[in-house]
Design a protein around this ligand. Structure first.
Ligand code: SAM
Length: 242
């Protein structure tokens, strides 16, 4: 039997938080496509990027831009549309909206007004990387992007090296060598996992000591793509006998 669109027995619309592929379009779930086709309004971080997906999957819904710069203004406006009965889908350029992406203000505004918020889950780079890392997953920390300023960056890395669970960062191709070198300087033998271009043609995943990975990346003539970096947890210290 065909699935029916979720019904909410209220006069309000619904905010759907819809994950989109990280790269491989086969990861776009049938439910995500259906919801995007059915809603009154789609919010897209970059309307041109969404336009390509929309064209490929026959999505003809109205699209508004929703990004970091207009988030404050749009959140109130969109929450009002939902309060007035419209259904809205929040998307981002890739992966799960609100995870190192705009959207949290809109979700918070809807929740504050008692408006329905529904997840249409799917790809998320940090979970995709962690799940293939072979590192323990029962506890982990996600720190998003490292600070750009050197001092704060080192502080964040030092903190990660203290933790007994894996710490996950998003990283850019311009800074990956610098970051790996800094980790290697602080903890040469700590196990690190680097995932690049997940689900894409040049997908690559490497697990080695920080020292070995820093050297590998330093020796590359060009570095392209998107990265997830995971620093394994510090060994638990034996308790002192009292
Ligand atoms: N909301 C997204 C998610 O669910 O993962 C993350 C958005 S954040 C602005 C973009 C960062 O996610 C990239 O700079 C990179 O660190 C990571 N990322 C996104 N796609 C990736 C991929 N295919 N492979 C590796 N990392 C990726």
């Amino acid at each position: 039997m065909a699935e029916q669109a979720p019904r909410h027995p209220s006069r309000f619309g619904v905010l759907y938080v819809v994950a989109t592929p990280l790269g491989n379009l086969e990861d776009f779930s049938p439910r995500a496509v259906r919801v995007l086709r059915e809603v009154d309004l789609v919010l897209a971080e970059d309307t041109r990027t969404f336009g390509k997906l929309a064209q490929r999957f026959g999505i003809q819904s109205k699209v508004w831009s929703y990004h970091e710069q207009n988030e404050r203004v749009q959140a109130e406006k969109v929450a009002q549309c939902i309060a007035d009965g419209q259904s809205v889908a929040l998307t981002s350029d890739a992966g799960t909206p609100t995870i190192s992406d705009p959207g949290f203000r809109l979700v918070a505004a809807c929740r504050a007004q008692g408006l329905p918020v529904v997840t249409v889950p799917g790809p998320c780079a940090l979970i995709a990387a962690l799940s293939i890392s072979g590192l323990p997953t029962d506890r982990f920390r996600f720190e998003g992007f490292l600070p750009v300023k050197e001092g704060k960056r080192r502080e964040a890395l030092a903190q990660a090296l203290e933790e007994t669970c894996p710490t996950i960062f998003y990283e850019s191709p311009h800074r990956i060598v610098k970051t790996l070198s800094a980790i290697a300087e602080m903890a040469h033998d700590r196990e690190v996992f680097v995932a690049r271009e997940l689900t894409k043609l040049h997908e690559e995943a490497l697990k080695a000591t920080a020292g070995a990975l820093a050297e590998d990346y330093r020796n590359r003539s060009s570095i392209k793509g998107e990265f997830v970096l995971i620093i394994s947890g510090a060994p638990k210290r034996a308790r002192c006998a009292s």
